[in-house]
Ligand binder design. Structure first.
Ligand code: GLU
Length: 447
């Protein structure tokens, strides 16, 4: 085992969606490919919005995806450590108390913007006298604390973006502790990363600014910042920002819609990389092909259609034993081994097997177009129960009688017998539909 240690740090204030699962997956793959550790850290300092139910759902989603974590911790159990760290920073002059209210800060920002200046906090609390502070305290004001940034350019070699830098003069000193005593993520995350020995922080590019300030915070706390990598954000298939529907597509929803965890992992591991998108046979195969340097800076396109295609390819590889659990869970326990073999090549989710099962076992309204073919089919359907040979015998006989072949022969039959224009092999499907239904549908009746 190497000393590589990464973490996925969800806030249990909502369900996991494709965007944050991609971050979890990339961290997991990075750890596994390096023989390192993958940590789950629950960022639950926001006790108003964090819930045990969301946390359970996050764990269930990660487990379902196969992203097993090696160790875990939670921020709510480490509040004392954050207070200690803040005290260290105050003692060294890198953190300072501020007394502005939200309204006062809002007014300041407004007048800065009106004067054409960037709305950067002016550090006026740094020059408060002891009397002014005493007066605020007497009013009942409690301080919030800010981290004093050094006005320099912070540079790092980003694992995804390459050489990166950010000038601190465009940033406000970040708040570390709110007036109600709640620690802000900016500080908590750095203290955790130090204490947990995190070597590499991989997260979305929306954290770049955070990272720049946090690099100074690591150093102010006497630590060396971990390696940083910022993944390009996801966009919809059309190249637009991930639409509201896609962005909020929860993993739970995708699971309920019958998507395979491996389909999701296959796609999310490869979008935005120089590798082709593929349906992988296992997480181990994905790990073997993983390299963080393959991730690019341009937005990664997430397409539900592509997910369906990968899902279809993965289902095709499922034997009945693998499918059975999914079929049972989807309420499709009646589907037998033979039927699974017939439909698995034509479905993009397990639920769709149910559609074909219903077509065979429930009334269907035929699409009836070619009266000549229908009349011939009714006349020429071989006697007795339909078996695997019946379709071949029937279509040969109709062709001989009507002269029709190819699409002109097969399409009207398929449409009449299944009510659909495409689907699994008719020869294999026919025995499941049965003689009575086949005849009735050929006659144009719902059956
Ligand atoms: N809880 C933070 C988030 O969900 C974690 C960010 C990080 O990885 O540091 O955005």
């Amino acid at each position: 085992m190497t000393n590589v240690k990464v973490r996925f740090a969800p806030s249990p204030t909502g369900k996991l969606h494709v965007g944050n699962v991609r971050t979890a997956l990339v961290n997991f793959l990075y750890a596994r490919a390096a023989g390192g550790q993958f940590m789950l850290r629950i960022d639950d300092t926001d006790d108003e919005r964090s819930t045990a139910a969301f946390e359970r759902a996050i764990r269930a989603d990660l487990s379902w995806l196969g992203l097993a974590w090696d160790c875990e911790d939670r921020q709510s159990s480490r509040l004392e450590r954050y207070t200690q760290a803040l005290q260290t920073l105050v003692a060294s002059g890198r953190a300072y108390p501020c007394y502005e209210t939200q309204d006062e800060l809002g007014l300041k920002r407004k007048s800065q913007l009106m004067a054409g200046r960037p709305p950067v906090y002016d550090r006026s609390s740094l020059s408060l006298t002891a009397e002014q502070i005493a007066a605020y305290e007497a009013e009942g004001r409690r301080p919030h604390y800010r981290f004093r940034l050094q006005d320099v350019e912070v540079a790092w070699t980003d694992l995804v973006r390459g050489p990166a830098s950010y000038h601190m003069s465009s940033l406000s000193d970040p708040v570390l502790l709110r007036e109600d005593g709640r620690v802000i993520y900016t500080l908590a995350s750095v203290v955790d990363d130090i204490d947990h020995g995190i070597t590499t922080v991989l997260r979305g590019e929306d954290h770049v600014t955070n990272s720049a300030a946090q690099i100074q915070l690591f150093e102010a706390l006497g630590a060396t910042a971990p390696q940083m990598g910022h993944l390009a954000l996801l966009s919809g298939a059309d190249g637009e920002g991930l639409s509201k529907r896609l962005g909020s597509l929860s993993i739970e929803q995708l699971r309920d819609e019958g998507f395979e965890p491996l389909a999701l992992c296959s796609l999310l591991a490869k979008i935005g990389t120089s590798d082709p998108i593929a349906a992988f046979g296992s997480l181990d195969d994905i790990i073997a092909s993983f390299q963080i340097s393959k991730f690019g800076r341009s937005t990664a396109r997430f397409s539900p259609d592509e997910l369906s295609q990968i899902n279809a390819r993965i289902l095709q590889t499922f034997d009945y034993a693998a499918a059975k659990e999914r079929l049972d869970a989807a309420g499709l326990g009646d589907i037998d081994e033979g039927f699974w073999a017939v439909v698995r090549g034509n479905i993009s989710s397990v639920g769709e097997a149910g559609k074909w099962w219903n077509i065979c076992t429930q009334p269907v309204t035929p699409l009836k177009e070619d009266a000549e073919v229908m009349a011939a089919a009714i006349e020429l359907l071989p006697d007795g129960e339909i078996n695997a040979e019946s379709w071949g015998v029937l279509t040969k006989a109709i062709s001989a009688q009507t002269g029709k072949k190819g699409r002109a022969l097969f399409m009207p039959l398929r449409q009449a017998i299944t009510g659909e224009s495409a689907g699994p092999d008719m020869a294999a499907l026919l025995p499941y539909i049965g003689r009575d239904r086949v005849l009735a549908r050929l006659a144009g009746n719902q059956a």
